[in-house]
Ligand binder design. Structure first.
Ligand SMILES: CC(C)(COP(=O)(O)OP(=O)(O)OC[C@H]1O[C@@H](n2cnc3c(N)ncnc32)[C@H](O)[C@@H]1OP(=O)(O)O)[C@@H](O)C(=O)NCCC(=O)NCCS
Length: 148
């Protein structure tokens, strides 16, 4: 499933804010508005849109911790009209490849709400393993992908 990741600019940020989830998914991920503001403020997160051809289908955000040599995938969402088409998996694969370009990277971390079955299955199928830990607020299961 071919996707590309493209920088959010003045030309496409409104489209990114208009991407929608199913009503039952809203607690699974922060809004794209919040994420773009956070990326602007923290200066480390990379927040590209996910495209299939010329159609924006989703959004992802990730960062790399150079000191501790690990990557973190902070957000992933596919518009409700474009879910279950393989785009989420393809976006994850692309972000993993990008993070692996950092010399010496040891692992990539991603977490999800305990009842987020879709995310759980997707990450497990890519090799992410549960660490037994949860996020500080206790709401999310932490998983890690070891990089050889
Ligand atoms: C999680 C999400 C990004 C997956 O994106 P997607 O493009 O729909 O996923 P894909 O089509 O690539 O599916 C990959 C695999 O994930 C799993 N999966 C995805 N959605 C699922 C669902 N609703 N129920 C069960 N499994 C699901 C399946 O194992 C699927 O493989 P399959 O289709 O061969 O069975 C998308 O469902 C989404 O945006 N959810 C709401 C936001 C969210 O939960 N983000 C993650 C926060 S941690």
């Amino acid at each position: 499933m071919g996707i590309t990741l493209r920088v959010i600019t003045m030309g496409n940020f409104r489209e990114c804010l208009a991407l929608k989830l199913e009503p039952g998914q809203k607690n699974f991920v922060a809004s794209n508005l919040y994420s773009l503001a956070e990326a602007k403020a923290d200066g480390i997160s990379v927040p590209p849109a996910v495209y299939s051809g010329e159609t924006m289908v989703g959004f992802v955000m990730y960062w790399y911790d150079e000191e501790n040599k690990y990557g973190h995938i902070e957000r992933l969402m596919m518009d409700r009209r474009h879910q279950r088409k393989g785009y989420g998996r393809a976006a994850m694969v692309e972000v993993i490849e990008r993070l692996k370009e950092n010399p010496g990277i040891r692992e990539i971390e991603v977490s999800f709400e305990h009842d987020n079955v879709g995310a759980d299955r997707l990450y497990a199928s890519l090799g992410f393993e549960r660490t037994g830990q949860t996020t500080d607020d206790g709401d999310e299961t932490i998983t890690k992908l070891k990089i050889e």
